[in-house]
Design a binder for this molecule. Structure first.
Ligand code: AMP
Ligand code: TRP
Length: 343
């Protein structure tokens, strides 16, 4: 964080900060993929000098669905290393693990007690994740959005850079902040979602009607750590259609998704890309896309390998991140307890 925030000013609802504060989180629940990268992580990295940055590996969110304890422990480290390998710089961004800062769970409880059930009943992600298993999924899965609100509100966050799937959760966070402020007095900054026009919703390679997700089949996503040969095979198998032209046409979701990925990787306009592939077929396009992915991911994988080779250093970096954010979360929680009559 570039603008150090004192504990006293952190909990002020109208802080005078040199920079806006951003907070975002990512779950350690499987292999991070290019949807995470193109929709979220790459913006976090690119905008480190614009914002006052806090990023969190949200292990308490991951356990809303069953996790193997050993795997979870591993996934947290691997995800942290991946974020650093993508270019998150611990000098400029605080990176920490959610459960290491106990205020997240505590504020979530307090917010639970002021959040109407009706608001949670509207959350579409719960409906999708629970499916027909509503009676057997954990209460934590239902409550997931309140924990996310606590994450964001603890840091008096101005903006939340996320993919499109999190829009509704950020809206709920605003509603919770608003109603708390109205009932108990100005306490929280009302955050806004920061969602980009292109790339906020990368679709699955095997089914362009679904978003790319960690829980999909292996062939549905490109993991950030996939080796070149695996990338080549997955792209070769990716769903397209029976037409021939390589153009951005939303009515052709398979090729549209692949072209969007390519556009974000090479940073050219749609016109330039369509011109590049005019008169060419899927084979040429898929070869270029594979090359673009390999060129982006290879340096990330090299840095990742260096980082995981030194787990003690990784733990030290994560402890340092928690250390940096704790005064802010502590001040906010204390103010909330005060407002609610707990202190
Ligand atoms: P998660 O892996 O669900 O914790 O998501 C981490 C971040 O990646 C969030 O900001 C998500 O909105 C974003 N994200 C996840 N899947 C996609 C996708 N398919 N396309 C774009 N962004 C995504
Ligand atoms: N729910 C988010 C996701 O699945 C992860 C998350 C947890 C998050 N807490 C957050 C994102 C706070 C932004 C801000 O992607």
């Amino acid at each position: 964080m570039s603008a150090p925030t004192t504990a006293a000013s952190a909990a002020n609802a109208t802080p005078k900060r040199a920079r806006e504060r951003v907070f975002s989180g990512i779950q350690p629940s499987g292999a991070p993929h290019i949807g995470n990268y193109l929709g979220a992580i790459r913006h976090w990295v690119a905008e480190q000098d614009i914002f006052d940055n806090i990023y969190c590996v949200v292990d308490l969110h991951a356990i809303t669905v069953p996790q193997d304890p050993g795997e979870l422990r591993e996934n947290v480290r691997q995800l942290a290393a991946t974020l650093l390998a993508c270019g998150l710089d611990p000098q400029r961004s605080a990176l920490f693990v959610q459960s290491h800062v106990h205020e997240h769970a505590e504020l979530a409880w307090l917010l639970n007690c002021v959040t109407p059930m009706g608001w949670l009943n509207r959350m579409t992600q719960f409906k999708t994740k629970a499916g027909d298993d509503r009676e057997t999924v954990s209460a934590g899965l239902y409550d997931y959005p309140v924990l996310m609100a606590a994450d964001i509100l603890l840091y008096q966050t101005d903006a939340v850079p996320v993919g499109d799937d999190q829009r509704q959760h950020v809206e709920l966070t605003r509603d919770i902040a608003n109603s708390f402020n109205a009932r108990f007095g100005e306490t929280f900054v009302e955050p806004r979602a920061l969602i980009r026009e292109v790339g906020a919703r990368i679709m699955a390679l095997d089914d362009p009607a679904k978003k790319m997700s960690k829980s999909g089949a292996d062939t549905s996503y490109i993991a950030l750590l996939d080796p070149p040969e695996v990338i080549r095979k997955k792209i070769a198998r990716a769903t397209t259609d029976s037409q021939r032209t390589i153009v951005f046409d939303e009515s052709r979701p398979g090729i549209f998704n692949l072209l969007t990925i390519y556009q974000l990787l090479v940073g050219q306009s749609r016109e330039q890309i369509e011109a590049e592939f005019a008169g060419k077929g899927y084979k040429e396009f898929k070869a270029a896309l594979t090359e673009g992915l390999v060129a982006t991911l290879t340096p990330i994988q090299q840095r990742y390998n260096q980082l995981v080779a030194d787990p003690a250093e990784l733990d030290r970096l994560l402890a340092g991140g928690a250390e940096r954010v704790r005064p802010i979360s502590h001040a906010t929680l204390a103010q909330v307890q005060q407002r609610m009559g707990l202190r």
